[in-house]
Design a protein around this ligand. Structure first.
Ligand code: GLV
Length: 308
């Protein structure tokens, strides 16, 4: 019985050690490796190989090593093959850290102070308490809910939007596309944590950015194609958006000629907001393998019709 891993080889080494320690009955191979294709029952991928069904006739579960599954073309998979995305404590903790850093930085005007420093300008701005700041999160899955919990602890007013209605104590929630403009109107700081689907591609365009209060800020930790970059640049130049912190772009890596690199109101990081941590993720994967064989629902099982 083989688990074949096709993602970042560096972290693959750690996965291999953990499997050897915790699941010695499962042979763990790093792609391309020398695994016998007939023995591959579990495949862990960031980007899957082509012709999965032909290559691995006995494949039972396809694991995404990431929270997002947008690199996986469901139409190219056997209909009955379950796909599981990564929901594990390490990836949640990483995202909470990044978003809190970004939101607190924006709340405390750090991008402005950075610009002041470049001008050697000593200029205190007035300080408003967190309770006076409205932070909205697009996407109310595991990550969005964990981020909101911590934002509430810090005292921010919190808002959430998802395609389906949610109830979260202490956070005002909006559901469905019709209520998106109303949600956006409440966001001094907007955090995008949506999955990438056909419905969410290009969602953050000029019309939606225009629904934010003037001078709002953006934290983009979803996927590059959620955001229409030229609309963001116009919104930054007009003052509609005061600052943007982007961890994801389209394409990735962002080409050196892209104007986002040099825009004074853009902070860019190279898709590092959060990453699966093999040390905490291995238990979730092994638990899912156990659940699969016991006929129990797996953690993070993807609904292929919804796309996440
Ligand atoms: C990273 O972007 C992930 O989807 O886990």
């Amino acid at each position: 019985m083989t688990f074949l891993y096709k993602a970042d080889p560096q972290r693959g080494e750690r996965w291999a050690e953990l499997f050897a320690e915790k699941a010695p009955d499962i042979d763990f191979h790093i792609w391309p490796g020398k695994a016998d294709p007939d023995k591959v029952r579990y495949l862990g991928v960031w980007e899957p190989p082509d012709r999965i069904a032909e290559r691995f006739p006995n494949l039972e579960v396809l694991f995404s090593v990431a929270a997002g599954v947008d690199k996986i073309d469901f139409s190219a998979l056997p209909a009955g093959l379950p796909v599981v995305r990564m929901i594990e404590p390490g990836i949640v903790a990483g995202m909470v850290e990044y978003v809190l850093w970004a939101v607190l930085g924006l709340h405390r005007d750090m991008p402005t102070y950075r610009r002041f420093q470049e001008e050697r300008l000593w200029k205190p701005l007035s300080l408003s308490p967190a309770g006076g700041r409205r932070v909205g999160v697009l996407g109310l899955g595991e990550l969005g809910r964990a981020v909101l919990r911590q934002l509430r602890t810090l005292g921010f007013q919190t808002f959430g939007w998802s395609r389906a209605p949610h109830v979260i104590e202490g956070t005002m929630c909006f559901g469905g596309r019709d209520h998106l403009p109303d949600f956006l109107a409440h966001c001094d700081i907007l955090v995008c944590l949506l999955p990438l689907t056909t419905e969410t591609t290009g969602l953050l365009d000029k019309n939606m950015l225009a629904c934010l209060p003037r001078g709002a800020a953006l934290v983009q930790v979803g996927r590059g194609p959620h955001l229409v970059a030229e609309d963001l640049l116009s919104a930054l130049d007009s003052g509609q958006i005061r600052d943007a912190i982007l961890d994801v772009t389209e394409p990735e890596p962002l080409p050196p000629s892209d104007p986002l690199w040099v825009h004074p109101r853009v902070t860019l990081t190279p898709h590092i907001a959060s990453m699966t941590q093999p040390d905490s993720a291995v238990d979730v994967v092994l638990e899912n393998i156990r659940r699969f064989h016991a006929g129990e629902p797996m953690i993070g099982l993807v609904d292929k019709a919804k796309g996440y």
